[in-house]
Design a protein around this ligand. Sequence first.
Ligand code: I3P
Length: 109
Amino acid sequence: KNGFLVRKVVADSDGKRTPRGKRGWKTFYAILKGLILYLQKGEYRPDKQLSDEDLKNAVSIHHSLAMKASDYSKRPNVFYLRTADWRVYLFQAPNAEQMQSWITRINTV
Ligand code: I3P
């Protein structure tokens, strides 16, 4: 599954609160391949290669959990992703249908 997602990093590994200055919303083109969610920066082209920075932003979704962020009301269509090493991200999908589709895909790999 692919598509645009806007990401906010809430907690780093071990659940440590992400420091100020690194908590802003950023748009990525997300590519879910196997157990990795790749987050590609910049303009989308179908044939574009992942940069070193993109690879650093990749998230392992093995033993992760995605769920609707019902407690987050500043933006619509936002879901949480909690990874096995207790990183926490918020992702904003373009619409409710896309949000549900990402949640289902992430939770059923
Ligand atoms: C963050 C940015 C986020 C905001 C976050 C800020 O600043 O303004 O949009 O989250 O607030 O820390 P920076 O880009 O300097 O990291 P919201 O959009 O959810 O308000 P937070 O620290 O309360 O999460």
